[in-house]
Design a protein around this ligand. Structure first.
Ligand code: ASP
Length: 629
């Protein structure tokens, strides 16, 4: 054993040097903490940092890669006498005398990104940790980005199990082993009681920060409040020695988010998180943040959330998202038609918004928006529906309430003016989930739901589309399957109400030239429509593929089981699974924390959303920019 001892003490690190380490430091060294969110480094914030280091000597610490950061500091940002980089590969290096001499001499120290579990393993309880602590206490500046920022708080997420925790899994078991919260590294007075997180907005990390704060508070013991501080990828916080911090942003709206903590200590081991309403405060370039107390002057936003059974839910931030069908083609849409479709989408958004602002549940907003679109002849739902092979209009619709898990659907109806209303009646007034054809219409009559003459649905444009499809089919002779462009204009809506409840609905005439009795995905719960407590979905596309992929349910299940966000989940199913099998189309999806996805793989998809401010946002073609909620 004794023989192994000298080896175990071998320091092993890479060292790089730029500039003149013996040049005098030109300026005065003053305190400051640079907290960078992890994206491209913001040069203005680096200049701020170098100024605090008196334009002198910077030491970069890391545990992967080489001296890329130092090259950028020295050659691109400039204004410093020298920069040294130490790349660690073990804990023993943390006792290396030459390295410790550099740290003691440094005017500014910067911890680069990488894997923070290495930093915890290599540095905690070593002379490097002591040197960093002394550096700050001596009034010199310290900075960190990504993993380097994650290390600076009193409590920190150490990613000790090799992974990178995602919000849904963090909330599923906040006190659990996956949330590897560590402490005992640095004790910086300005980050006392603070836990930092990075890549914040981009990686949808609010949920995990809330869970981390809960765990840190449980570790810290009764009466201690821990503040969560998330910094966006495109932002850096420059924290002065007096505890005031300002945001440097490289992208519009980027900044920092404060989770004020002080949560009720009711969280139990092995159970999903439950948290009544709490506030989250945003800081942007116009704000001033005070640390360590976490107060924000001129906040960019104050939002309320709750966590219900491990699901992060936005409160008082109602949102309505709609689609008017994928499969839109520029060639078959003239300017007048496009303008009329856009106007109808806006009208539908306003109708749903009015319901949400009146405090009505999500389901009411979905029904209101879809009713408008069913009545608009521009869309393939209600009036303006496509024709079947034998020249009729057969309508399908469904909706689902995420809060109760209730659902209703109708298929193959020919006289119901607003099939979505009938689907809702099936859900609320019958013992069933789905009713079809004549039976559904008998039920509609019983319920006093408006029936119309089938000619109500007829539009000349759709009739001509059928004639074209029939002619093409006859020409091709061979058994032509339904062509991809046989669908367009199905409508759907998703809503998140002020109480954080979700609902989804879809209504369609199906696909042009469909055979008798054909039913697509739109009225099939789990295929075309789904809503639960965390996710809502409405699809539009080649329905047979959506049914076989259980598209709607698959998107929401991916979020629940693997913890991916709504965008990744919807993107995977709509733009990977379905095209890989030969299908196409699009969808809208919405999560309970207010994230929206609009994936599609056709030339266009009618789509839009409206938030609490009542401003409708609408887009039609691919590549058209649509602001994010
Ligand atoms: N998905 C619908 C169906 O197959 C059509 C569409 O989305 O336009 O019935």
């Amino acid at each position: 054993m004794a023989l192994l001892a000298p080896l175990a003490w071998a320091a092993d690190y890479d060292h790089y040097q730029l500039g003149d380490p013996d040049a005098p430091t030109p300026g005065k060294v003053t305190p400051g903490l640079l907290l960078m969110g992890g994206g491209d480094r913001n040069f203005d914030s680096l200049r701020w940092f170098f100024e605090r280091a008196g334009g002198g000597h910077i030491v970069v610490l890391r545990a992967s890669l080489a001296n890329e950061v130092a090259e950028e500091f020295f050659h691109e940002v400039g204004g410093i006498a020298s920069v040294e980089t130490y790349v660690f590969s073990n804990r023993e290096s943390s006792s290396d005398p030459a390295l410790l001499r550099s740290l003691a001499r440094a005017d500014g120290i910067f911890i680069a990104g990488g894997d923070q579990s290495r930093y915890v393993r290599y540095w905690r309880g070593t002379p490097v940790a002591a040197a960093l602590q002394k550096h700050v206490m001596d009034g010199k500046p310290l900075g960190g980005t990504s993993a380097g920022l994650a290390m600076l708080g009193e409590y920190l997420y150490g990613a000790m199990d090799g992974g990178s925790q995602v919000s849904p899994l963090a909330l599923a078991d906040p006190l659990g082993a996956g949330n590897t919260i560590e402490t005992g590294f640095l004790q910086l007075p300005l980050l006392h009681g603070v836990l930092t997180d990075t890549h914040f907005r981009e990686r949808n990390r609010l949920g995990r920060l809330v869970a981390f704060v809960a765990k840190a508070e449980a570790m810290a013991g009764p009466g201690r409040r821990i503040i969560g501080l998330g910094v966006d990828e495109d932002a850096a916080l420059a924290l002065e020695g007096d505890g005031t911090a300002r945001v440097y942003a490289t992208a519009p709206g980027a900044g920092a988010t404060v989770v004020p903590g002080g949560f009720p200590r009711t969280q139990q081991e092995d159970l999903p998180m439950q948290l009544p309403a709490f506030e989250v405060i945003g800081a942007d370039a116009g704000s001033v943040l005070h640390l360590p107390e976490g107060r924000v002057e001129k906040p960019a936003f104050r939002h309320r959330y709750a966590v219900r059974d491990g699901v992060l839910v936005a409160l008082d931030q109602p949102l309505l998202v709609i689609h008017g069908g994928a499969g839109v083609e520029r060639a078959s849409l003239d300017a007048k038609e496009e303008a009329a479709a856009r106007a109808a989408l806006e009208q539908a958004l306003r109708a749903g918004h009015a319901a949400l602002m009146a405090g009505q549940p999500a389901l009411d907003a979905v029904t209101a928006a879809i009713t408008v679109l069913e009545d608009a002849p521009q869309f393939n739902a209600g009036r303006g529906a496509v024709f079947t092979h034998d020249g009729r209009n057969e309508l399908d619709a469904s909706l689902m309430d995420g809060a109760s898990g209730q659902a209703g659907a109708v298929a193959g109806v020919r006289r119901v003016r607003n099939p979505i209303t009938l689907a809702r009646a099936v859900m609320e007034k019958s013992k069933h989930v789905m009713m079809v054809g004549d039976g559904a219409e008998t039920f509609a009559a019983e319920q006093g739901i408006e029936l119309v003459d089938p000619s109500w649905f007829r539009t000349e444009k759709r009739w001509q589309q059928l004639q074209k499809a029939l002619a093409e089919e006859a020409n091709a002779r061979a058994a032509v399957v339904l062509p991809g462009k046989a669908y367009f204009g199905t409508v759907g809506a998703l809503a998140l109400d002020a109480q954080g409840r979700l609902a989804a609905g879809t209504s369609t005439g199906g696909m042009t030239n469909k055979r008798y009795g054909r039913v697509g995905d739109s009225p099939v719960i789990g295929a075309g429509t789904w809503a639960d407590e965390r996710c809502a979905f409405s699809g539009t596309g080649w329905g047979e593929y959506y049914i076989r992929a259980a598209a709607a349910h698959d998107v929401c299940a991916r979020m629940k089981y693997s913890g991916v966000g709504v965008r990744r989940a919807a993107e995977a199913v709509i733009n990977e699974t379905i095209p890989a099998r030969g299908g196409d189309g699009g969808a809208i999806a919405l999560s309970a924390d207010g994230e929206v996805a609009f994936p599609f793989n056709t030339e266009g998809m009618y789509r839009g959303w409206i938030g609490a401010d009542g401003v409708p946002h609408v887009a039609v073609f691919a590549g058209e920019t649509l602001a994010e909620p």
